[in-house]
Design a protein around this ligand. Sequence first.
Ligand code: AMP
Ligand code: FE
Ligand code: FE
Ligand code: ZN
Length: 281
Amino acid sequence: MSADLHCHSTCSDGTETPATLMQLAIDAGLSGLSITDHDTVAAYGDAFTLAAEKNLTLITGVEFSAGLNGTSVHILAYAFNPHHPLIVQLCNRHIERRQKRNAEIIELLRKHDMPLDKHDILRPRNGFSPDAVGRPHIAEAMVRKGFVKDLQEAFKKHIGDGKPCFAPGERFTVQETLDVIHQANGVAILAHPQLIERRKIVRELLEMEFDGLEAYYALFTGNNVDRWVQLAKERDWLITGGSDFHGTIKPHIRLGSSRTPQETVDFLLSVQKQNLQQIPS
Ligand code: AMP
Ligand code: FE
Ligand code: FE
Ligand code: ZN
Protein backbone atom coordinates (compact mmCIF):
# COMPACT_ATOMS: atom_id res chain seq x y z
CA MET A 1 0.00 0.00 0.00
CA SER A 2 1.31 3.40 -0.96
CA ALA A 3 -1.00 6.21 0.09
CA ASP A 4 -1.07 9.99 -0.35
CA LEU A 5 -3.47 11.28 2.30
CA HIS A 6 -3.58 14.98 1.44
CA CYS A 7 -4.92 16.54 -1.76
CA HIS A 8 -7.62 18.95 -2.93
CA SER A 9 -10.30 18.63 -5.61
CA THR A 10 -12.62 21.02 -7.48
CA CYS A 11 -14.95 20.74 -4.45
CA SER A 12 -12.58 23.23 -2.77
CA ASP A 13 -9.53 24.95 -4.28
CA GLY A 14 -8.02 22.10 -6.32
CA THR A 15 -8.24 22.18 -10.12
CA GLU A 16 -8.96 18.47 -10.69
CA THR A 17 -12.25 16.66 -10.10
CA PRO A 18 -12.39 13.82 -7.53
CA ALA A 19 -12.59 11.30 -10.40
CA THR A 20 -9.49 12.75 -12.08
CA LEU A 21 -7.61 12.75 -8.76
CA MET A 22 -8.32 9.05 -8.41
CA GLN A 23 -7.00 8.39 -11.93
CA LEU A 24 -3.90 10.54 -11.24
CA ALA A 25 -3.34 8.50 -8.07
CA ILE A 26 -3.38 5.26 -10.07
CA ASP A 27 -1.06 6.81 -12.67
CA ALA A 28 1.35 7.84 -9.88
CA GLY A 29 1.48 4.23 -8.66
CA LEU A 30 -0.55 4.91 -5.51
CA SER A 31 -2.84 2.27 -4.05
CA GLY A 32 -4.41 4.56 -1.40
CA LEU A 33 -5.75 8.10 -1.42
CA SER A 34 -7.61 10.57 0.76
CA ILE A 35 -9.20 13.65 -0.84
CA THR A 36 -8.93 16.28 1.89
CA ASP A 37 -10.77 19.31 0.60
CA HIS A 38 -10.86 22.48 2.68
CA ASP A 39 -13.96 22.43 4.91
CA THR A 40 -16.11 20.17 2.72
CA VAL A 41 -16.78 16.45 2.24
CA ALA A 42 -18.60 16.97 -1.07
CA ALA A 43 -16.00 14.78 -2.83
CA TYR A 44 -17.41 11.74 -1.02
CA GLY A 45 -20.71 11.73 -2.91
CA ASP A 46 -19.99 8.77 -5.19
CA ALA A 47 -16.25 8.55 -4.56
CA PHE A 48 -16.33 5.08 -2.99
CA THR A 49 -18.08 3.54 -6.01
CA LEU A 50 -15.52 5.10 -8.34
CA ALA A 51 -12.59 4.05 -6.14
CA ALA A 52 -13.81 0.45 -6.07
CA GLU A 53 -14.01 0.42 -9.88
CA LYS A 54 -10.38 1.58 -10.00
CA ASN A 55 -9.24 -0.77 -7.27
CA LEU A 56 -8.05 2.22 -5.24
CA THR A 57 -8.30 2.29 -1.45
CA LEU A 58 -10.03 5.47 -0.37
CA ILE A 59 -9.90 6.97 3.12
CA THR A 60 -12.38 9.71 3.96
CA GLY A 61 -10.77 13.03 4.73
CA VAL A 62 -11.27 16.77 5.13
CA GLU A 63 -8.90 19.63 6.02
CA PHE A 64 -10.59 21.93 8.51
CA SER A 65 -9.46 25.53 8.87
CA ALA A 66 -9.11 26.59 12.50
CA GLY A 67 -7.34 29.26 14.50
CA LEU A 68 -5.30 29.53 17.70
CA ASN A 69 -4.56 33.01 19.09
CA GLY A 70 -4.83 34.61 15.67
CA THR A 71 -2.73 32.00 13.87
CA SER A 72 -4.28 29.84 11.18
CA VAL A 73 -4.11 26.10 11.97
CA HIS A 74 -5.17 23.36 9.55
CA ILE A 75 -6.50 20.10 10.96
CA LEU A 76 -6.89 16.95 8.89
CA ALA A 77 -9.72 14.62 9.86
CA TYR A 78 -9.75 11.04 8.58
CA ALA A 79 -11.75 7.84 8.54
CA PHE A 80 -15.07 9.38 9.65
CA ASN A 81 -18.44 8.61 8.10
CA PRO A 82 -18.98 11.49 5.61
CA HIS A 83 -22.68 11.51 6.54
CA HIS A 84 -22.01 11.99 10.24
CA PRO A 85 -24.25 14.94 11.23
CA LEU A 86 -21.54 16.69 13.27
CA ILE A 87 -19.07 16.61 10.36
CA VAL A 88 -21.76 17.79 7.93
CA GLN A 89 -22.76 20.57 10.34
CA LEU A 90 -19.19 21.84 10.81
CA CYS A 91 -18.68 21.86 7.02
CA ASN A 92 -21.89 23.87 6.60
CA ARG A 93 -20.75 26.39 9.21
CA HIS A 94 -17.50 26.78 7.30
CA ILE A 95 -19.31 27.35 4.00
CA GLU A 96 -21.28 30.18 5.66
CA ARG A 97 -18.12 31.60 7.25
CA ARG A 98 -16.43 31.56 3.84
CA GLN A 99 -19.35 33.33 2.16
CA LYS A 100 -19.19 36.18 4.69
CA ARG A 101 -15.39 36.38 4.64
CA ASN A 102 -15.24 36.32 0.82
CA ALA A 103 -17.79 39.16 0.68
CA GLU A 104 -15.54 41.20 3.00
CA ILE A 105 -12.52 40.53 0.77
CA ILE A 106 -14.50 41.49 -2.35
CA GLU A 107 -15.56 44.73 -0.65
CA LEU A 108 -11.93 45.53 0.22
CA LEU A 109 -10.86 44.79 -3.36
CA ARG A 110 -13.59 47.14 -4.64
CA LYS A 111 -12.27 49.90 -2.38
CA HIS A 112 -8.81 49.27 -3.85
CA ASP A 113 -10.16 49.68 -7.42
CA MET A 114 -10.29 45.96 -8.18
CA PRO A 115 -14.04 45.36 -8.54
CA LEU A 116 -15.09 41.73 -8.94
CA ASP A 117 -18.49 40.31 -9.67
CA LYS A 118 -19.62 37.41 -7.46
CA HIS A 119 -20.01 35.30 -10.61
CA ASP A 120 -16.34 35.83 -11.47
CA ILE A 121 -15.51 33.82 -8.38
CA LEU A 122 -18.12 31.09 -8.58
CA ARG A 123 -17.08 30.10 -12.10
CA PRO A 124 -16.95 26.30 -12.39
CA ARG A 125 -13.65 24.55 -13.00
CA ASN A 126 -13.67 21.49 -15.25
CA GLY A 127 -17.46 21.73 -15.13
CA PHE A 128 -17.53 21.60 -11.31
CA SER A 129 -18.64 24.44 -9.05
CA PRO A 130 -16.71 24.58 -5.78
CA ASP A 131 -18.51 23.82 -2.53
CA ALA A 132 -15.94 25.60 -0.33
CA VAL A 133 -14.97 28.83 -2.10
CA GLY A 134 -11.60 30.24 -1.10
CA ARG A 135 -9.00 32.86 -1.80
CA PRO A 136 -7.53 30.95 -4.78
CA HIS A 137 -10.90 31.37 -6.53
CA ILE A 138 -10.79 35.10 -5.81
CA ALA A 139 -7.15 35.25 -6.96
CA GLU A 140 -8.01 33.52 -10.25
CA ALA A 141 -10.82 36.02 -10.87
CA MET A 142 -8.31 38.83 -10.23
CA VAL A 143 -5.97 37.34 -12.86
CA ARG A 144 -8.82 37.03 -15.40
CA LYS A 145 -9.68 40.71 -14.84
CA GLY A 146 -6.04 41.67 -15.37
CA PHE A 147 -5.62 43.17 -11.86
CA VAL A 148 -2.61 40.90 -11.21
CA LYS A 149 -0.40 38.76 -13.42
CA ASP A 150 -0.68 35.53 -11.41
CA LEU A 151 -1.96 33.97 -8.19
CA GLN A 152 1.32 34.62 -6.38
CA GLU A 153 0.98 38.36 -6.99
CA ALA A 154 -2.64 38.33 -5.81
CA PHE A 155 -1.62 36.73 -2.50
CA LYS A 156 1.64 38.63 -2.07
CA LYS A 157 0.22 42.10 -2.68
CA HIS A 158 -3.46 41.93 -1.87
CA ILE A 159 -5.19 38.93 -0.27
CA GLY A 160 -2.47 36.97 1.54
CA ASP A 161 -2.63 36.92 5.37
CA GLY A 162 -2.21 40.46 6.70
CA LYS A 163 -2.25 42.12 3.24
CA PRO A 164 -4.47 45.17 2.58
CA CYS A 165 -7.43 43.24 1.12
CA PHE A 166 -7.26 40.28 3.52
CA ALA A 167 -10.14 39.61 5.88
CA PRO A 168 -9.71 36.77 8.39
CA GLY A 169 -13.44 36.31 8.92
CA GLU A 170 -14.78 34.24 11.77
CA ARG A 171 -12.36 31.60 13.06
CA PHE A 172 -13.35 28.35 14.70
CA THR A 173 -11.08 27.16 17.48
CA VAL A 174 -8.76 24.18 17.33
CA GLN A 175 -10.49 22.76 20.41
CA GLU A 176 -14.00 22.79 18.94
CA THR A 177 -12.70 21.26 15.71
CA LEU A 178 -10.97 18.44 17.63
CA ASP A 179 -14.16 17.88 19.63
CA VAL A 180 -16.28 17.50 16.48
CA ILE A 181 -13.79 15.09 14.87
CA HIS A 182 -13.61 12.95 17.99
CA GLN A 183 -17.37 12.95 18.58
CA ALA A 184 -17.70 11.66 15.00
CA ASN A 185 -15.15 8.89 15.81
CA GLY A 186 -12.71 10.40 13.32
CA VAL A 187 -8.95 10.72 13.59
CA ALA A 188 -7.49 14.25 14.04
CA ILE A 189 -4.08 15.08 12.58
CA LEU A 190 -2.16 18.35 12.83
CA ALA A 191 -1.57 19.30 9.18
CA HIS A 192 1.83 20.52 7.92
CA PRO A 193 3.11 21.75 11.32
CA GLN A 194 6.26 22.91 9.47
CA LEU A 195 4.24 25.82 8.05
CA ILE A 196 3.37 27.27 11.47
CA GLU A 197 5.93 29.99 12.04
CA ARG A 198 5.18 30.88 15.65
CA ARG A 199 6.98 28.40 17.92
CA LYS A 200 4.74 29.20 20.86
CA ILE A 201 1.68 28.14 18.86
CA VAL A 202 3.39 24.89 17.84
CA ARG A 203 4.24 24.16 21.48
CA GLU A 204 0.63 24.74 22.50
CA LEU A 205 -0.67 22.54 19.69
CA LEU A 206 1.65 19.72 20.68
CA GLU A 207 -0.07 19.70 24.10
CA MET A 208 -3.56 19.34 22.58
CA GLU A 209 -5.53 16.18 21.88
CA PHE A 210 -4.41 15.41 18.36
CA ASP A 211 -4.08 11.77 17.29
CA GLY A 212 -1.08 12.46 15.09
CA LEU A 213 0.81 14.87 12.91
CA GLU A 214 1.67 15.20 9.24
CA ALA A 215 5.44 14.69 9.35
CA TYR A 216 5.89 13.90 5.65
CA TYR A 217 4.90 16.92 3.62
CA ALA A 218 5.81 17.76 0.02
CA LEU A 219 7.75 20.94 0.61
CA PHE A 220 9.97 19.75 3.41
CA THR A 221 12.75 17.18 3.48
CA GLY A 222 15.61 16.12 5.70
CA ASN A 223 16.08 17.05 9.33
CA ASN A 224 12.79 18.82 9.61
CA VAL A 225 10.94 15.59 8.89
CA ASP A 226 13.03 13.69 11.45
CA ARG A 227 12.13 16.25 14.08
CA TRP A 228 8.39 15.86 13.46
CA VAL A 229 8.66 12.07 13.39
CA GLN A 230 10.46 12.22 16.73
CA LEU A 231 7.87 14.56 18.27
CA ALA A 232 5.06 12.23 17.14
CA LYS A 233 6.81 9.15 18.51
CA GLU A 234 7.38 10.81 21.89
CA ARG A 235 3.63 11.33 22.13
CA ASP A 236 2.65 7.94 20.75
CA TRP A 237 0.93 9.80 17.89
CA LEU A 238 0.24 8.62 14.37
CA ILE A 239 2.54 9.81 11.59
CA THR A 240 0.94 10.74 8.27
CA GLY A 241 2.19 12.11 4.97
CA GLY A 242 0.67 13.81 1.98
CA SER A 243 1.52 16.00 -0.98
CA ASP A 244 -1.15 18.72 -0.56
CA PHE A 245 -1.65 18.46 -4.32
CA HIS A 246 -3.92 21.24 -5.67
CA GLY A 247 -3.47 20.65 -9.45
CA THR A 248 -2.44 23.52 -11.70
CA ILE A 249 -2.78 26.28 -9.05
CA LYS A 250 0.31 24.80 -7.37
CA PRO A 251 2.13 23.33 -10.37
CA HIS A 252 5.31 22.47 -8.44
CA ILE A 253 3.52 19.81 -6.33
CA ARG A 254 3.01 16.29 -7.70
CA LEU A 255 0.38 13.90 -6.37
CA GLY A 256 2.14 11.14 -4.41
CA SER A 257 5.23 13.22 -3.65
CA SER A 258 4.72 12.51 0.08
CA ARG A 259 3.15 9.35 1.47
CA THR A 260 1.79 7.87 4.70
CA PRO A 261 3.44 4.93 6.55
CA GLN A 262 1.70 1.59 6.14
CA GLU A 263 0.90 1.14 9.84
CA THR A 264 -1.01 4.44 9.89
CA VAL A 265 -2.96 3.48 6.77
CA ASP A 266 -3.89 0.13 8.36
CA PHE A 267 -5.08 1.85 11.51
CA LEU A 268 -7.16 4.41 9.58
CA LEU A 269 -8.74 1.65 7.49
CA SER A 270 -9.81 -0.24 10.61
CA VAL A 271 -11.39 2.92 12.08
CA GLN A 272 -13.09 3.72 8.80
CA LYS A 273 -14.52 0.23 8.47
CA GLN A 274 -16.31 0.61 11.79
CA ASN A 275 -17.53 4.13 11.03
CA LEU A 276 -18.89 3.27 7.58
CA GLN A 277 -20.84 0.32 9.02
CA GLN A 278 -22.61 2.52 11.52
CA ILE A 279 -25.61 4.55 10.52
CA PRO A 280 -24.89 8.01 11.93
CA SER A 281 -27.57 9.44 14.20
P1 AMP B 1 -8.63 30.21 2.21
O1 AMP B 1 -8.80 28.80 2.70
O2 AMP B 1 -9.79 30.67 1.42
O3 AMP B 1 -8.22 31.18 3.29
O4 AMP B 1 -7.42 30.18 1.17
C1 AMP B 1 -6.20 29.60 1.53
C2 AMP B 1 -5.69 28.73 0.39
O5 AMP B 1 -5.05 29.56 -0.55
C3 AMP B 1 -4.62 27.73 0.81
O6 AMP B 1 -5.18 26.50 1.15
C4 AMP B 1 -3.81 27.57 -0.43
O7 AMP B 1 -4.32 26.53 -1.22
C5 AMP B 1 -4.00 28.86 -1.19
N1 AMP B 1 -2.81 29.73 -1.20
C6 AMP B 1 -2.23 30.33 -0.16
N2 AMP B 1 -1.18 31.08 -0.57
C7 AMP B 1 -1.11 30.92 -1.92
C8 AMP B 1 -0.26 31.43 -2.94
N3 AMP B 1 0.75 32.27 -2.66
N4 AMP B 1 -0.49 31.05 -4.22
C9 AMP B 1 -1.51 30.21 -4.51
N5 AMP B 1 -2.35 29.71 -3.59
C10 AMP B 1 -2.15 30.06 -2.32
FE1 FE C 1 -5.73 25.08 -0.50
FE1 FE D 1 -3.34 23.24 4.64
ZN1 ZN E 1 -4.23 21.13 2.01
